[in-house]
Design a protein around this ligand. Structure first.
Ligand code: GAP
Length: 453
């Protein structure tokens, strides 16, 4: 069972330290959220799982971590300065602002129901900031609206420093910023978010096949993170709705608590971006007007040694939202269960590799020196295995600890009791089945490694 409502998820996230409204002691800012102690672990685990599958487990990709502040020239040539807009309408009656395509009742203000709305006008979603000490408008940068442009601008650096040739990919995870007109649905549509993007460069002509490959690969990956197959949908983006760079895009939709919407997009960006950032485009097939104004001094191309000519590779881009991934996986893992006729529990049945806390070590009696010291030793040994965060719970309230760790998705709790001092074993309780078994301290590392691998 997934979460019943978005409110239930929002409440769990605040109660257990996954997510907080940003700046909330001053009333908050719409479209900004902070990841708390559990949220940061969970998000990092999700990103790590992506990096592992996109970089470590492949032989045809490299990684990158580029700057967030982006030169306007880059975003001019990428097409963002001219086309990265949403249609904005103002309500003349209540002065609220809306995205024209999100007026659910045609031509009525969602706030006051007035029909006195302005004509839609383009609103650029990029955040601008001054660079250097003088803020006179002459020197500025944008906060990147997508992580991939710096992958394109580093294309030659990475080719030269790694001796790669196509097909190969460059992966990057990190922050992106969009001044959304109507941020909404918790962390689904926000103004500051993270993306996990791979730009996979291929020879033109092989792009359609690689596109299919990546669509299927990405759906498989989300299923491996714990999303049920039936909650994911492949949606072909209509030709007239394609982004300016795309020949074909397939969106991977998920059934979020507020409805079915995009979790990830897999686009065939053709040679648009590398072409746009290349100087001597006349040598290449031109696909866009914007290339004609390029002032880049670099040729972002590959030499075909057999055919003795240069060509601009096509790029297939799987682009996933980290925050939307967090929301989807929390929703997917959320369960409410009756323990007996009077008691129920909430649990997050997360895959163990994503759980914020891997194990909690709980001495049965608070502040009992022998039990606490042994628990500390067990905790420290498990922590050294490097599989994620392990915590010591020294509150002496086993029931409360189990409830808390069920709700944050801790796969196992280890209780150190007075018997432990005699038989050198601990009680291991499984989150999902609530079954308990005794495991000897001597075998604990092996048991633990097996559990998480
Ligand atoms: N480089 C391609 C690109 O940025 P996109 O469809 O605009 O494509 C990719 O964004 C992903 O980034 C989306 O599928 C979504 O998961 C995430 N995303 C986009 N805008 C977002 C927002 N305002 N809030 C949260 N996530 C967002």
């Amino acid at each position: 069972m997934t979460a019943k409502t978005m409110e239930e998820l929002v409440s769990l996230c605040k109660r257990r330290g996954f997510l907080f409204q940003s700046n909330d002691i001053y009333g908050g800012i719409k479209g900004l959220y902070d990841y708390g102690p559990m949220g940061v672990e969970f998000k990092n685990n999700l990103k790590q799982a992506w990096w592992k599958s996109m970089v470590y487990e492949r032989d045809d990709t490299e990684g990158l971590d580029a700057s967030i502040l982006s030169s306007p020239v880059v975003l001019k040539h990428s097409g963002h300065e001219d086309t990265f807009t949403d249609p904005l309408v103002d309500c003349r009656a209540c002065k609220s602002r809306w995205r024209a395509d999100q007026l659910f009742e045609n031509n009525k203000c969602p706030n006051c129901k007035s029909e006195d709305l302005t004509e839609p006008r383009p609103f650029n979603l990029m955040f601008k900031t001054a660079i250097g000490p003088v803020d006179d408008g002459s020197s500025f940068a944008y906060l990147r609206p997508e992580t991939c442009q710096q992958i394109f601008t580093n294309f030659k650096n990475i080719l030269d420093s790694t001796s790669r040739t196509v097909p190969f990919g460059i992966a990057q995870m990190g922050k992106a910023f969009r001044n959304e007109i109507t941020p909404r649905n918790f962390i689904f549509r926000v103004r500051e978010f993270e993306q996990m993007e791979l730009e996979f460069f291929v020879k033109p002509g092989t792009d359609d096949e690689w596109h299919e490959y990546w669509i299927n690969k990405r759906i498989e990956w989300w299923i491996n993170q714990g999303i049920k197959k039936e909650n994911l949908k492949k949606i072909e983006v209509e030709k007239n709705e394609l982004a300016h760079y795309s020949k074909r895009t397939v969106d991977i939709h998920y059934v979020f608590p507020h409805g079915e919407e995009e979790l990830e997009g897999v686009a065939n960006r053709t040679d648009f971006d590398l072409g746009s950032h290349t100087k001597n485009q006349n040598d290449f097939k031109i696909t866009s007007e914007v290339m004609k104004n390029s002032s880049s001094t670099t040729k972002l191309a590959i030499q075909d040694l057999e055919e003795k000519k240069w060509y601009i590779p096509y790029v297939i881009e799987p682009s996933a939202g980290v925050d939307r991934g967090v929301l989807a996986l929390l929703n997917e893992a959320y369960r409410e269960e009756n323990i007996d006729k009077d008691n129920k529990r909430i649990l997050l049945s997360l895959k163990p590799h994503l759980s914020p806390i891997k194990a909690a070590v709980i001495p049965l009696k608070k502040n009992n020196e022998e039990l606490v010291n042994l628990s500390k030793e067990i905790k420290s040994n498990l922590q050294k295995l490097g599989l994620g965060r392990v915590v010591l719970e020294n509150s002496g309230n086993i029931g409360k600890n189990y409830r808390r760790h069920d709700e944050i998705g801790t796969p196992i709790c280890l209780t150190v009791d007075f018997e432990t001092l005699e038989d050198k074993s601990v009680t291991v309780r499984d989150r999902d089945t609530m079954k308990q078994e005794r495991v000897s301290i001597e075998n604990l590392s092996e048991y633990y490694k097996k559990y998480f691998n």
